[in-house]
Design a protein. Structure first.
Length: 440
């Protein structure tokens, strides 16, 4: 059994890597993996605009040495009633079968329906999973996103301090969503790792909501495994403070006849750079990648997606929609790749942008790379301003301008919102959209 020692703030360095392993008395294999990841990080140059994936996103003003690892909170809560009012209200927005709240990597609250535990469902933090299910974690941790993936993935693999862990046994269906609140304090570097495993014919919806990190940074990784006929829905809400730097690498593998749905909602951060890779690795797999973003002021949101069809008879569907206001900027770069022999592939990719000011800018670069001859693959991208006649039409019917704009923007996002399987999440998304167009 691993023991936990007192956490103190530590500058980011190889000493911090060693300190994390010492603090949690980690097994030798994990310590070695961390140190190897740090070596990759140290040997990998910082990205520059000369690289295609960074051509439109620059790290001007970002200095890693400005951030240290956060200190863990002292208080934990043993019931919902004991939670602060704001956290109780946030959890109450979703009718869930389990909830997990982490602050600076420490679990401050956890609940899971007893009947799910009896069925073998493991829904907990990654540290606890490492203690209680070490072999399961060892097999999957880093298998999807190795340290060599990119510089930020290497930094994350060296320094992750905790995360979300979900294991669904074969044939188990979780009827209500599971929800996670990731609270991150100001001025620090946060490294949250999400590990989701759905065994054969299992089903669940999990919602993660990232918050805070004012004047700090968040460098997260998500690794998702869906086995044969599994049905997994992962809804990821990025509500970080608008002064935070945000980096993320997410990769999903699908088994035979598996169904996977992914939602990335990007509201917060000063700058976000997120990679989302869907790996269709066995026949019959279907994946959906949905995205919403609404940057304002000088926010910069960059999504890079890959739909990798490696085998025949798989389908994928991507729909990312964004509205941009003020001096905000978005970048979307996506690729559908059909590997040799992946016949009967059916893949779709679409990115739409609604420009709400004269200074906002959206760059959209969809792409296809096809090495099979019996496929159906299409992609498209649009960027447009709201026609003034649309607003006039609504105002002529007694609707004020702000409400008219909210209705137009809401209608623009509706195509994605209609595919969100959790009413509470949809309500949260609609409330954020209303807030951003000036309607509380």
């Amino acid at each position: 059994m691993m023991t936990t020692k007192t956490m103190t703030a530590t500058p980011i360095s190889v000493a911090a890597v060693q300190a994390i392993s010492d603090r949690y008395n980690e097994p030798a294999w994990l310590r070695q993996a961390r140190l190897a990841a740090w070596e990759v990080f140290a040997a990998t140059p910082w990205p520059t605009y000369k690289e295609e994936t960074w051509r439109r996103t620059r790290l001007t003003g970002f200095k890693l040495e400005n951030y240290g690892l956060p200190q863990a909170p002292e208080r934990v809560y043993d019931s919902r009633e004991a939670l602060p009012a704001d956290l109780r209200e946030e959890l109450a927005k979703i009718d869930s079968a389990g909830a997990l709240i982490l602050q600076n990597g420490r679990v401050v609250y956890h609940e899971l329906d007893a009947h799910l535990m009896e069925k073998g469902v493991v829904f907990t933090d990654l540290r606890t999973a490492l203690e209680q299910h070490q072999e399961l974690v060892k097999v999957h941790l880093g298998a999807q996103v190795p340290a060599t993936e990119n510089k930020f993935a290497a930094l994350h693999n060296a320094l992750w301090h905790n995360g979300t862990f979900l294991y669904l046994p074969p044939h188990v269906v979780v009827e209500k969503p599971l929800q996670v609140l990731v609270q991150q304090d100001a001025g620090a570097a946060h490294f949250h790792h999400t590990l989701l495993i759905g065994e054969e014919d299992s089903e669940a919806v999990i919602v993660e909501d990232f918050r805070g990190a004012r004047e700090g940074m968040s460098d997260s990784v998500a690794e998702v495994f869906t086995r044969a006929a599994a049905r997994l829905h992962y809804l990821r809400l990025q509500n970080l403070d608008e002064t935070a730097w945000n980096f993320g690498t997410q990769r999903i593998s699908t088994g035979r006849d598996a169904l996977y749905r992914h939602l990335q909602a990007s509201w917060g951060s000063k700058l976000s750079k997120v990679w989302i890779d869907l790996e269709l690795e066995e026949p019959g797999g279907h994946g959906e990648l949905l995205g919403l973003y609404f940057p304002q002021d000088h926010q910069h949101i960059d999504h890079h997606t890959n739909q990798n069809h490696r085998v025949p008879h798989c389908t994928s569907d991507l729909l990312f929609k964004g509205a941009l206001d003020d001096h905000a900027r978005s970048v979307y770069q996506g690729l559908i790749r059909v590997w040799p022999g992946a016949q009967k592939t059916d893949a779709y990719q679409k990115n739409d942008n609604l420009i709400l000011s004269d200074h906002a800018r959206a760059d959209s670069i969809p792409g296809l790379e096809i090495e099979a001859d019996d496929v159906r693959c299409t992609h498209g991208a649009t960027s447009a301003k709201v026609p003034e006649e649309y607003i006039f039409y609504l105002m002529a019917r007694g609707i004020d301008r702000r409400t008219a704009m909210r209705m137009i923007v809401q209608g623009f996002f509706e195509e994605v919102l209609n595919r969100v399987p959790v009413p509470g999440v949809r309500n949260k998304l609609e409330a954020e959209i209303a807030h951003r167009v000036g309607i509380e």
